[in-house]
Design a protein around this ligand. Structure first.
Ligand SMILES: Cc1cc2nc3c(=O)[nH]c(=O)nc-3n(C[C@H](O)[C@H](O)[C@H](O)COP(=O)(O)O)c2cc1C
Length: 186
């Protein structure tokens, strides 16, 4: 696909199934991530690629973090435990925030967000789908999460990229009116 085709046609797929991208294809996707703009070259992005039994491990981490956060509703806890089963691969999106840098944390998080989008675009280009989710299991919303995920305290989980092959045909791209979003000063 040409670059602009990918940029203009990329959509998110909430339903994802096998097959997964190969290791070689994921290597390309991470290379695309590492091309994210990065103020101060801090390389703040970290990823945990979760597949197979790793998804059960992630589900247990979600459940434990929720329990430690005071959740007692068994139905909700089971739901949390099953969240990672919605796709064959989940990439945990993490910013390892460099507190000693003069670059603000928000810029380091923004760089991670761009890196995540680069992964999504690369995967779409190779025929796969992705869906960015957040919800309750962010470092900013659950102070027990990092420990459950074995991530150091200075890092921040900013989201989850669910990855796989789209199992439904893509939706239509909404046509937005440019003038609602763009102003010109000339
Ligand atoms: C930071 C971020 C967090 C998101 N979290 C969720 C989420 O938790 N649940 C959800 O359904 N969509 C979430 N989305 C939106 C979807 O990833 C997707 O962009 C949206 O459904 C629009 O689809 P499209 O990308 O095909 O236009 C999030 C998007 C971003 C950028």
């Amino acid at each position: 696909m040409e670059t602009l085709d990918t940029l203009l046609n990329k959509i998110s797929y909430p339903k994802l199934t096998s097959p997964l991208p190969s290791k070689e294809q994921m290597d390309i996707a991470y290379k695309a991530a590492f091309r994210a703009p990065d103020h101060g070259r801090l390389r703040p992005w970290r990823f945990i690629e979760v597949t197979d039994n790793g998804r059960d491990k992630l589900g247990k981490a979600f459940k434990n973090a929720a329990i430690k956060n005071g959740e007692e509703d068994q139905e909700k806890l089971t739901k949390f435990e099953n969240l990672p089963l919605r796709a064959p691969m989940i990439i945990i999106l993490i910013t390892e925030i460099n507190e000693n840098s003069k670059i603000p944390a928000i810029e380091q998080i923004q760089s991670t967000a761009v890196a995540a989008q680069n992964i999504s675009l690369a995967l779409f280009d190779m025929g796969y789908g992705a869906y960015w989710r957040t919800g309750a299991f962010l470092s900013s919303k659950n102070s027990h999460l990092n420990k459950e995920l074995s991530i150091n305290e200075g890092s921040e989980v900013i989201g989850y990229l669910y990855v796989g092959s789209p199992d439904i045909k893509g939706k239509e791209i909404p046509s937005l009116n440019k003038d609602d979003y763009v102003k010109y000063w000339d």
